[in-house]
Design a protein around this ligand. Structure first.
Ligand SMILES: Cc1cc2nc3c(=O)[nH]c(=O)nc-3n(C[C@H](O)[C@H](O)[C@H](O)COP(=O)(O)OP(=O)(O)OC[C@H]3O[C@@H](n4cnc5c(N)ncnc54)[C@H](O)[C@@H]3O)c2cc1C
Length: 368
């Protein structure tokens, strides 16, 4: 059950950190009627959900942040935040600026988690380095690649590489079963695509080291010329270092209004936030959750800045998981509101079309 809250306090100077799906959605909406400062290092949107396509040499739309924010009262400071001063209500950037705020939106996303595997950060390509992986593979297009991670990112990356480089031997290595989270039907669609694309599976293997000739696992060696890392995500220690209430793994703990439980003038959204909703549970790190959080918060801040309207708590329910399986196939898995698997899943062109619509839609949603 949702309860109404009292009229929110005026927002004052709003600073949004991060130009991912969450931060841009929030800044673009709040900036319709109030001034916002957005701090993020990029000139173009990161559009992270398509990094596996970048790695495979595809052309991926990454519009200019200035175009997404055109006509909105948003000033983009192109910099990286290095420190939050919660008592003094300002943030410091790597360009030497101190930016004051009354309301702070913390939306700095997440990054590849290396899980302290020796050699992995230096020798494996995380999706932050998708552009470098693309150049490395374009130079040869043959040999052996090992993709580590059997979740959505690993599956999408392995399929994309196998399709783009038919001369490449693609091996997918994971601790459990590939796509083990999906229903039997959903997993069958993934396995059928891998069989068609010639992706080799090495399941139930824990990677213990990465070196110049491949992987050491608890079940023996896997030789590879190139290693791509597509395991889980972790967050920056910035929030914890500043003294915000965080989870054991560093995500900012927020209430159902997405406000920090320790500092109510700070909001956290997207992968950097730990959001737990009644009847749904802890939201997972995903574009699918980051955008709705940004949309909600941007509208709430706008209403608040205008001194009108009452904010309802943030509400969210899952409906589907979508995967691309190369450029010609996809998989759409039905899930319940709480992200529990339903048996129903769609593959082939239906799956591909729905996924394509979603990846187009998430960019359109940033602004509208
Ligand atoms: C290959 C791949 C495929 C994916 N596919 C899907 C999918 O199909 N569906 C799905 O739901 N999710 C998918 N995800 C996950 C999804 O990309 C993330 O959950 C999502 O990007 C989180 O959005 P966000 O806005 O919280 O952060 P991000 O998109 O990570 O953006 C963070 C922003 O903060 C900025 N930033 C970081 N640190 C600082 C700092 N110190 N100072 C200033 N700015 C900073 C970054 O530069 C960036 O602008 C995929 C991820 C990958 C890697």
């Amino acid at each position: 059950m949702t309860t109404k809250t009292t009229r929110p306090a005026p927002t004052g100077r709003i600073v949004v950190i991060g130009a991912g799906y969450a931060g841009l959605c929030a800044a673009a909406r709040a900036g319709r009627s109030t001034r916002v400062t957005l701090i993020a290092p990029e000139e173009r949107i990161p559009n992270r959900i398509r990094q596996h396509e970048v790695a495979a040499g595809r052309t991926v739309p990454k519009p200019l942040i200035a175009d997404v924010l055109r006509g909105r009262q948003v000033t983009h400071v192109q910099a990286r935040v290095t420190e939050l001063d919660l008592a003094g209500r300002k943030v410091f950037t790597d360009t030497g600026r101190a930016v004051p705020y009354d309301t702070l939106v913390y939306a700095i996303g997440s990054r590849t988690a290396w899980h302290e595997v020796p050699g992995a950060p230096e020798r494996a390509y995380g999706m932050e380095r998708a552009g470098e992986l693309r150049e490395r593979l374009a130079a040869s297009g043959t040999g052996r690649v090992a993709v580590v991670g059997g979740g959505a990112t690993g599956i999408e990356l392995a399929a994309e590489l196998a399709e783009a480089y038919p001369g490449l031997r693609v091996q997918l290595v994971c601790m459990g079963e590939v796509g083990g989270r999906f229903s039997a039907k959903g997993r069958a669609i993934v396995l059928e695509a891998f069989a068609r694309l010639g992706v080799e599976l090495h399941e139930h293997r824990r990677v213990t080291a990465v070196d110049e000739s491949g992987l050491t696992t608890d079940q023996g060696r896997i030789e590879a010329d190139v290693v791509a890392w597509a395991g889980s995500f972790e967050v920056s220690p910035l929030a914890k270092e500043a003294g915000l209430a965080v989870t054991e793994t560093g995500e900012v703990v927020v209430d159902t209004y997405l406000r920090s439980v320790s500092h109510p003038e700070v909001y956290a959204i997207g992968d950097a936030a730990a959001v737990t909703l009644p009847g749904v549970g802890r939201l997972r790190k995903a574009c699918a959750t980051a955008e709705p959080m940004g949309v909600y918060l941007g509208k709430a801040l706008r209403r608040s800045a205008q001194g009108k309207g009452e904010a309802e708590p943030f509400e969210y329910g899952y409906t589907v998981h979508c995967l691309s399986l190369g450029r010609h196939a996809g998989m759409v898995q039905r899930v319940g509101k709480d992200d529990s698997m339903r048996e129903r899943a769609y593959g082939g062109r239906v799956g591909k079309s729905i996924k394509a619509l979603i990846v187009w839609g998430v960019v359109a949603m940033l602004r509208f």
